[in-house]
Design a protein around this ligand. Sequence first.
Ligand code: NAP
Length: 330
Amino acid sequence: MTRELFQDVIDRLRKYYEVEVWDKYQPPPYDVLLEKVKEVDALASLLSDRIDCNLLQQAKKLRIISQYAVGYDNIDIQCATKLGVYVTNTPGVLTEATAELTWALILAVARRIVESDHFVRWGEWDRLKTGWHPHMMLGIELKGKILGIVGLGRIGSRVAEIGVRGFSMRAIYYDTSRNEKIERELGVEYRDLDTLLSEADIVSIHVPLTTQTLHLLNEDRLKKMKKGAILINTARGAVVDTNALVKALREGWIAGAGLDVFEQEPLPMNHPLTAFKNVVLVPHIGSATYESRHAMAELVAENLVAFYEGREPPTLVNREVLRVKPPGFR
Ligand code: NAP
């Protein structure tokens, strides 16, 4: 287990496995992980663990990777499948938490919450000797505005639902496939990506990071957004070209951004993104609620237990592996 999960979950796993936990706050360095995986039958991993083909090839006993995240862009899935290694993730149980964090960012940017907090906390409000002014900290109202969802999966759909039902917004989406059920239920309309970017007042990203979505929002695409629009990313940092985003903010192509994920994590302290007042930055906390993180840990364990018992793990990512080797250690 590459980081300490919850004790009750570790205790459950100890009924099936001998569990070794990496108990430091920082992730195990690649070289350490490389050595450790040579001894293990199963690995409970985090998205910060780079699990490439080199590592997988050296992990001769490894049969299952139970990832503590819904995204698995840190794992070479093709290579794992070829080697008969099962990969599981934790979908669904973090949808609410991530959708709620997305809304926290939308509201924080639209209503300048962090900037306003600094204004009060650091004495600017007091210095100005004006308790209330018609132009103080004006923001953007959401009702009737257009919410653009890039990736209408579990999280994207929930974000759309909150926008339509909670804030009376109109929602449009881009995805590789149409979701007619959600279109019907919420009145969400499909757009190609460029049209979505040119129409939406809030653009919220919910696609996984893949070779197709790497820098999906590049300079050209950011230029297509409205001047008054806000970009929200709670998916993966590399879906947006960071240098292009800095340029967009510096040159005022968009009105602001709310970011939970970054191409480089942790984000360096003096990164250009930290200079913008109209950008809210949080440290990859999309799923960080007690409820969600515990449910994720339970699902990590459930997948490992199912595999141990020779059953198909409930949230198996690479289903083709079933044809390579059956589940179980026998
Ligand atoms: P999901 O249900 O699989 O939704 C992803 C959606 O994106 C699917 O509808 C998918 O369509 C679509 N998609 C995939 N590739 C695309 C492409 N190239 N262009 C357009 N659409 C594409 O996943 P989810 O549970 O909502 O999670 C979404 C992502 O959020 C995860 O992959 C993860 O990286 C991120 N996440 C971040 C946090 C955080 O802490 N910030 C927490 C949870 C999740 P198909 O189904 O047709 O492929």
